[in-house]
Design a protein around this ligand. Structure first.
Ligand SMILES: Cc1cc2nc3c(=O)[nH]c(=O)nc-3n(C[C@H](O)[C@H](O)[C@H](O)COP(=O)(O)OP(=O)(O)OC[C@H]3O[C@@H](n4cnc5c(N)ncnc54)[C@H](O)[C@@H]3O)c2cc1C
Length: 455
């Protein structure tokens, strides 16, 4: 195949939500674009899986909360409707091998644990509000907070073993990493970027409140449809050459010259491109310090959501695992019944190395322990191991280990000559989420338009 050579106003690396939104903004401003996508599909971390009868489940990102205004507005504009996550009924927690039923996001285990959790959560929210969203390293206690992990803070600031367990599960659920991996400053930044800790972990009123009819990948598919031939699939970018006046992107099967580039991929993958001349040390070292979390999203399909008959919402938590967090993920009409479980952090790393059959058995057995014998024999099973994906290499998003924000954070969004950075990890609001990816695409497009207008 002879290599394509094209010249456009701006080239975008990655056809996830961030890259597609950036391209749309550029096109709306009358600029020509090329979106270079490594995979043979668009959407990146958004991916629908068909489950028969024209229905889908998402094996990647799926929920939107009421304060995620950008993703909700974009979906509305594209004619994609939302429906509420099923929450009617009681939640279950498998607590030290005992099943306890209750309502709300915090399980009713014992009063001392609940008080401990409430106090620590209030402190987290108070500290989080002091972290500037565009410059976490300028928080009044930034060095102190970035000099410790969430685990070390929890050990000093919760009094009960129960609260420690619940917070560890909460951290795994939000960052797909262990509390010992994550900088306290990162947790505080991320919490502020979402609003509050409850906004992160909550279903009704929180980040898990609503789902998209037809699956979240529809948002990316519709954006790509409007961009038409400007999206080039199976075009992984390998190298970016850049000067004061423009960029040249070398992708498999083509070369693209442009006035500017927007790189809309996770930081760890940004560090795997070759730049000529090489990027400044601080930017490269930043990408060495922003690892992706580890998650396997697993769903078992049943004829009906039988747990609803027993008065259960399908939402569950387990201290035993390996699945620690579960949701009813059935389609809007409740057919088939879909039980969703996440393997996160350590469990995802460990079970990610297992044979798929053994992993499926471990997940289904967990569902059986919590929801009874009806869960033992699913009709089907769907999963996605995101750390194994060549063009993602971990999810949900990335986290900062200690020291990352204070020493390297200022390189996160700063353009380098004609290279601009987008992607959910670069967002200030709802960092790590679809909503943040959209904000990042809008911001990077505005930077590029300013630059192109001035050149
Ligand atoms: C299991 C899971 C559950 C999640 N749950 C939620 C949720 O419920 N709600 C929510 O809001 N968010 C959720 N997220 C996060 C959400 O999916 C992401 O924040 C968002 O989709 C990221 O969009 P992006 O454009 O920044 O990055 P990506 O979607 O990662 O897009 C980057 C694109 O770049 C491509 N690419 C990579 N390298 C190259 C290269 N060298 N050349 C060309 N192309 C390249 C990739 O193939 C990809 O298409 C979840 C994610 C996962 C995986």
């Amino acid at each position: 195949m002879s290599a394509r050579r094209s010249t456009v106003d701006a080239a975008v690396v990655g056809a996830g939500l961030g890259g597609l939104v950036a391209a749309r903004e550029l096109r709306r401003a009358g600029r020509s674009v090329a979106v270079l996508e490594a995979r043979d599909r668009v959407g990146g971390r958004l991916l629908n899986a068909e489950i028969g009868d024209g229905k889908v489940v998402e094996v990647g990102g799926q929920w939107a909360g009421p304060t995620q205004k950008r993703v909700l507005a974009l979906a509305r504009e594209l004619g994609i409707e939302t429906f509420p996550t099923h929450t009617a009924g009681e939640n279950v927690i498998e607590w030290r091998s005992r099943l306890v039923r209750s309502r709300g996001s915090i399980p009713r285990i014992n009063d001392a644990v609940l008080l401990d959790v409430a106090q620590a959560q209030a402190r987290i929210d108070r500290m989080a509000r002091q972290v500037p969203l565009d410059a976490p390293w300028l928080a009044p206690k930034a060095e102190r907070w970035d000099g410790q992990t969430v685990e070390s803070w929890l050990r000093r600031n919760v009094a009960t073993a129960g609260a420690l367990d619940l917070f560890r599960i909460g951290v795994e659920a939000v960052w797909a990493a262990d509390a010992a991996d994550v900088s306290l400053l990162h947790l505080l930044f991320y919490t502020h970027s979402a609003g509050s800790f409850d906004d992160l972990i909550g279903t009704e009123g929180g980040a898990q409140q609503d789902r998209f009819v037809g699956g979240s990948q529809l948002i990316a598919l519709k954006l790509a449809e409007d961009l038409g031939g400007d999206v080039k699939l199976e075009s992984p970018v390998r190298r970016i050459e850049h000067t004061d006046s423009g960029v040249r992107l070398v992708a498999d099967g083509g070369e693209f010259e442009a006035g500017a580039a927007i790189v809309a991929i996770p930081p760890a993958l940004c560090g795997r491109l070759v730049y000529d001349p090489p990027l400044p040390a601080i930017r490269d070292q930043l990408t060495q310090r922003m690892p992706q979390g580890t998650v396997i999203k697993c769903m078992a399909l049943y004829e009906r959501p039988f747990w609803r008959d027993a008065g259960l919402s399908g939402q569950a938590t387990s201290t035993e695992g390996p699945v620690k967090v579960m949701f009813d993920n059935s389609p809007p009409d409740g057919s088939p019944g879909v039980m969703l479980g996440f393997l996160e952090g350590r469990q995802a790393r460990e079970l990610g190395e297992w044979d798929p059959e053994a992993r499926r058995n471990a997940v289904v057995d967990c569902f059986r322990r919590i929801f009874g014998p009806g869960a033992a024999k699913p009709l089907d099973y769907v999963e996605r191991v995101w750390a194994q994906e060549e063009w993602t290499r971990g999810c949900y998003g990335c986290y900062m280990p200690p020291g990352g924000w204070v020493s390297y954070g200022r390189a996160l969004r700063a353009p380098i000559g004609r290279i601009h950075w987008a992607g959910a990890e670069s967002a200030t609001v709802w960092n790590g989420y679809m909503d943040g990816a959209i904000q990042s695409g809008e911001r990077a497009a505005a930077e590029v338009l300013d630059e192109l207008d001035g050149s």
